[in-house]
Design a binder for this molecule. Structure first.
Ligand SMILES: *Cc1c(COP(=O)(O)O)cnc(C)c1O
Length: 378
């Protein structure tokens, strides 16, 4: 076995169209000089995304984080928001930056999405919304969450940043909730380099989102909202149009990588492998593995470091927990979410992307087996 890979392998690698194809597509911009402000490619991408996601309406944004912030703002919320600590920090920051108060609910021990059975105990008179995350593209307990939300008159805004291409019972994940927020960051399954969108269902919310992403400008002489700037430009919209052409093929290639990992890491005691939920079509966005410190002679951090020595860069998604981060730990405690705490301490996401060759996957699997076998001596 090679001591280390010659080229570094990172946890992900962005998909891109053929260079010539992108250049051909952006050429008209040198004539038109219309580069941004909801122009024709922006409109075309919105339409094509609506078709792909089988939704009536969606608002493109400059990135997923601003999409989340403006989605929350568009609903005019105030008070407490139930959410998960097992996510990317953007989810919680979007809540906090709207002057809302995050209230953390623990996660389900199997799929790591917010535990719907624990939600009601966290509801107070001030609760106005739930922001669950379809973490790793795993669908939350959407039916239970909807029922709780209806009973207590709460809005549901899904952070669907990981779910592009995922369907549940044949319905695209972004259809669930009052609003659903997507990220098209370069590291996500579908990318516009930087970008995101809000899937919405009411025209009034659409108008509000449009205004909020464009400084609150209603018309040239009428500015009736205190908006931000979260517009997507034409070059990124074209990147999205190109990438959307290949998306199903890209997901199919990810599936092969995912299945190769599953075969080669099968039946190792102390490892918990990912899985595809029932009635879900996955996008194979992540490959999270749990390393159980009670069974193995090595812990997650050792595996992480040992793989780095071999030029394999995994990520501890999601560690630390949000309620353990310096900017939140003064107010919150991760002891309140013990299931999330345990997962965060033992999870490692392995490299997965469409062009990851299967030889490299085998190398990574063999390296993990070797590291585990050597145990503490590593
Ligand atoms: C990527 C991500 C975001 C933020 O999206 P950006 O496009 O990077 O701003 C939000 N939430 C989750 C769970 C994410 O993974």
């Amino acid at each position: 076995m090679k001591e280390r890979l010659e080229q570094p392998v990172y946890v992900t690698r962005p998909s891109m169209p053929e260079y010539e194809e992108y250049i051909r597509q952006i050429k008209p911009l040198w004539e038109s000089r219309i580069l941004t402000n909801m122009a024709s490619y922006h409109q075309q991408l919105e339409q094509e995304l609506c078709r792909y996601l089988q939704t009536e309406s969606l608002s493109l944004m400059t990135n997923g984080h601003m999409a989340l912030e403006l989605a929350l703002q568009s609903l005019g919320l105030s008070g407490e928001v139930l959410t998960t600590p097992f996510t990317f920090v953007s989810t919680t920051h979007a809540i906090t930056r709207n002057n809302l108060t995050p209230v953390f609910c623990d996660i389900d021990p199997r799929d790591f999405t917010i535990d719907a059975a624990k939600l009601e105990a966290k509801i107070s008179k001030k609760t106005c919304a739930i922001v669950p995350v379809h973490v790793y593209g795993r669908i939350c307990q959407v039916e239970e969450i909807e029922e709780i939300a209806r009973k207590h008159h709460l809005k549901v805004i899904y952070d669907a940043a990981h779910t592009f291409g995922v369907t549940y019972k044949g319905i695209p994940a972004a259809q669930y909730g009052d609003l659903s927020v997507l990220s098209f960051h370069a590291t996500k399954v579908f990318s516009t380099i930087e970008g995101g969108a809000v899937v919405y269902h009411e025209p009034e919310i659409g108008r509000e989102l449009y205004s909020l992403k464009n400084f609150g400008i209603r018309s040239e002489e009428m500015i009736d909202g205190v908006g931000a700037n979260a517009k997507m430009d034409e070059l990124r919209a074209i990147m999205g149009l190109c990438n959307l052409q290949n998306i199903d093929y890209e997901i199919a290639k990810r599936k092969v990588v995912f299945e190769t990992y599953m075969e080669q890491l099968d039946e190792i005691k102390g490892l918990t492998l990912p899985f595809v939920q029932e009635q879900v079509r996955s996008n194979y966005a992540y490959f999270p593995v749990l390393f159980d410190p009670d069974i193995l002679d090595v812990n997650r951090d050792t595996v992480y470091e040992e793989l780095q020595k071999r030029n394999v860069y995994t990520r501890k998604y999601f560690y630390p927990l949000i309620n353990d981060m310096d900017c939140y730990r003064t107010v919150y405690s991760s002891k309140e979410t013990p299931v999330a705490g345990k997962v965060a301490r033992s999870v490692l996401t392995l490299p997965i992307y469409a062009d990851l060759d299967l030889e490299t996957v085998s190398y990574i699997c063999d390296a993990i087996k070797e590291i585990i076998k050597r145990g503490k001596k590593a």
